[in-house]
Design a protein around this ligand. Structure first.
Ligand SMILES: [Zn+2]
Length: 333
């Protein structure tokens, strides 16, 4: 039996193909079979679409399934590979991390062949699927504890040319926000690894805590816009938004733009995503619940900003993030 990750089918086959990516077993569990779809229409862009990187972000797997249904009648050239669920263990557990090893798939790339199950998934994706693509869309959501507008994001990339092309790719979704996100902890992320391999890689991010029909429609329309921009499908690009008429904006958020809770308690948001705030404006209030004599604490904007994402009324620990602020990105040329 081969102990290397492999596909059960040949993605070079012309037209539609379906099968599995085999993630070999290890000490913690047996092999995993991840369903994979491929559509090969010859010359053209080579795109990999993945969802279910985090198990409590379910828009991605749903939109990936819709893509699989739609592509056979829509794709005119190139190759598209779709892996709707990267981490079935986390999806089934409805948790961000994998219950079996407690690891976050998005911190273990490129993985290890002899590691835990989640490291073996990362290894299989890195070695078998990623080399077949030049562009990757990883479909995330901001997670159930946050409200954030439909966004496509990248982290900073040292290669300025790749960063400019990546931001252009993100903007092609025509979602309300394109985001350059400076993150304190990018080691082991799927995107960081793919960028190091010279791939064009963007993440879609949606917020709101629940999967809604409206959000799915927006997500799907954004993905369709990107496929049109790549020339993989024909059609019109459309601007898409949720209930309010957001203008499309390209923003950046720095590590220092993450506002943290000053104490344990329940965070009450006092503004909405995409609000423009001035220095000193109230972003939210932290209500300590351990003692009723402890005063509630206002959390204020340290500088003029746009509210990118805000905690949606969760109980938080001291120093846990409660809001991300942002500003228009100026480094584009
Ligand atoms: Zn995620």
């Amino acid at each position: 039996m081969s102990n290397a990750p492999h596909l059960t089918f040949d993605l070079d086959t012309a037209g539609v193909s379906r099968g599995h990516l085999i993630v070999p077993g290890g000490a913690d569990r047996g092999e995993l079979l991840l369903p994979v779809f491929g559509l090969n229409k010859g010359e053209g862009p080579r795109l990999l679409v993945t969802g279910g990187n985090h198990g409590n972000e379910l828009e991605g797997p749903l939109v990936a399934r819709r893509l699989i249904e739609r592509l056979p009648n829509a794709q005119t050239c190139g190759r598209v590979i779709v892996l709707p669920v990267l981490n079935p263990l986390a999806v089934e557990a409805r948790s961000s991390n994998t219950p079996l090893d407690g690891l976050d798939l998005n911190r273990v790339f490129p993985g290890r062949a002899d590691g835990s199950v989640i490291e073996r998934i990362a290894d299989a994706v890195s070695r078998v699927l990623l080399p077949m693509a030049e562009i990757v869309f990883d479909l995330h959501s901001f997670g159930p504890a946050w409200d954030c507008p439909p966004a496509v994001m990248t982290h900073p990339i040292a290669d300025a040319d790749l960063l400019a092309k990546t931001l252009q790719m993100a903007e092609a979704f025509k979602l309300p926000v394109t985001l350059l996100w400076e993150h304190y902890d990018t080691a082991g992320m799927f995107d960081s690894w793919a960028h190091s391999q010279g791939k064009l890689f963007v993440c879609a991010e949606f917020g709101g805590g629940t999967v809604s029909a409206e959000a799915l429609a927006v997500y799907e329309a954004g993905l369709r816009n990107a496929l049109v921009a790549l020339g993989l499908v024909e059609g019109q690009v459309e601007n898409v938004s949720l209930s309010h008429n957001e203008s499309i904006q390209t923003l950046e958020t720095l590590v220092s733009d993450k506002l943290k809770s000053p104490a344990r308690g329940i965070f009450e948001p006092r503004c909405s995503v995409l609000d423009e705030v001035k220095q000193g404006d109230l972003i939210g209030i932290l209500h300590p619940m351990d003692s009723l004599s402890a005063e509630s604490i206002g959390i204020r904007a340290p500088r003029p900003s746009i509210v990118l994402a805000i905690g949606s009324g969760a109980h938080v620990d001291r120093n846990e993030g409660v809001a991300f602020l942002a500003r228009p990105l100026k480094i584009l040329n």
